[in-house]
Design a protein around this ligand. Sequence first.
Ligand SMILES: [Ca+2]
Ligand SMILES: [Ca+2]
Length: 142
Amino acid sequence: MKFTKTLTALALSGALAIGYWDFKDNTMEISRKSEISKLPIKSSFCQRADMNNNGLEDYVVAGPLVGEDKVAIYLLENKKTHYEPKLLHDEIPLKNASFELRDLNNDGLKDISIRGRTQIEKIRTHWKCFNLINKGAFYIQE
Ligand SMILES: [Ca+2]
Ligand SMILES: [Ca+2]
């Protein structure tokens, strides 16, 4: 009898834990999608990483600006209950841009390396790379 009760309690706490996490994940997913839809970019490309080392996974979102031939890059900072968008750069003159998140200067903070085609060269494809160095509270282009 006691054994059955323990099993039931375990099953219940398990179900509650799963329910809690599902709820939490959905809330963050809704917040992320809603914040991305508000950004003035035509399409988006995002990657997840803890950019400020606070244990919460943030998102970095990039995409071409509406009506301009430039790429904007945003940080969606994880605030536990929602994501807070922050513009990092909106003057990146690249086409077909993609980026990767890695620590370029070995200071323990992940940086953003953006790569894409330059718009000046029309005959030959010319690839260029921009680095946004993470300084904690802000990012600088190098
Ligand atoms: Ca974080
Ligand atoms: Ca770094």
